[in-house]
Design a protein around this ligand. Sequence first.
Ligand code: GLC
Length: 437
Amino acid sequence: MRFERSHTRKTAFVAVAGSLALLASACGGDDGSGGDAKGGDAGALEGRGPITFATGKDTSGNLANQVAAWNSQHPEEKVEVRELPESADQQRESMIQNAQNKSDAFSVLNLDVVWTAEFAANRWVAELPQDKFPDLSKMIPATIETAKYRDKLYGVPITSDGGLLYYRSDLLQKAGVQAPKTWTEMTAACQKVQALPEAKGMGCYAGQFEKYEGLTVNFSEAIDSAGGKVIDESGKPAVDSPEAVKGLEFLVNGFKQGVIPAAAITYKEEEGRRAFQESKLIFHRNWPYVYAKAAEPGSKIIGKYAVAPLPGMSGPGVSTLGGHNYAISNFAKNKATAVDFINFMASEERQRANVEKTSQAPSNAALYDDPALQKKFPYLAPLKASIEGARSRPQVVKYGDVTTAIQEAAYAALTGKKPPQQAITDLQTKLSSLITQ
Ligand code: GLC
């Protein structure tokens, strides 16, 4: 089953990428010449000296260490971090604003995997010659695909991301229940756990439901985990299906019936993590970075949680593929230094150091199979499965419009403004106008 699934997904990706290329040329976003009209020739990554690194708020807490390791070895080519907001959408806006001003304020950009097409088609980031990045051959293939646009490379995967189900292992054990594989099993487990005196008042489940990129992720996972899909193998919107409605209903009914606490409508990653580690949730969908964070001083659940693959409608669920690629701004000076810094961060040594401190998902494949690391971090095995089985969000140049449409539909349903079926039908209409013009 697993092989069949991942094969289907790969085929889907190739098809999607192909149709998006058509879309891009239809929009005039790419002249197809392979040259680099606004930012100089591809491959001309020259200039050495200080650079900057624009990245979302470092919720891992380890970026400063990684950058300090580079800076101590490269006193003439120091990297200065430009920390952007925590929300993915706000990071994107800030990077786009800089690019539109042709500003050289950001040299290396920490791009979310969903932004590659938009940044590449607009020539905001430089095309990267693969032979300048030796560690690429060691990376999980799916992560490299996220950094490509029209078969060319525009970023180097540094972290991947897959959704995980965090759960209170102490309470599940006490209630005599196993980690759930389905949503029904999860709600049944909650009822048993909530009957324990120490679990009084705890919420059953929460993911990220604030209106931002995280909602697109959680909505897509609910649809995919019910057997639906947001786009089909050829890249066309295919969200209007009974399966997708059922997936959305899981979230909508969850809010209505109190399985998902009302406060979760304001949760991004960090709000959810805090609720989980303040012992307010039995189950929590989040990314791997939470594994290390929830073990830090101040957490109320140290030694009391574990992770499992996401549950689904009638069996294990499907994660959305997340992660970040480092790209080079076309308007940056000192691009040769940028290349070296990216290689430094992509190296197995730096990736290992980062996993050990932060539990973020590395892009380097071998680290997941390292017996010593697996022993120390039991989340690595479910995480690799989550990433390998993960489904991509639409890889489109107009990703900003597409994600806004998804967020609006999902939010309207979760807040009771639209019945799930109507939200899904309206989304299909909207996506069709954005994707097949
Ligand atoms: C994580 C993922 C990223 C996703 C974001 C949503 O940072 O790595 O791909 O878009 O969460 O909040």
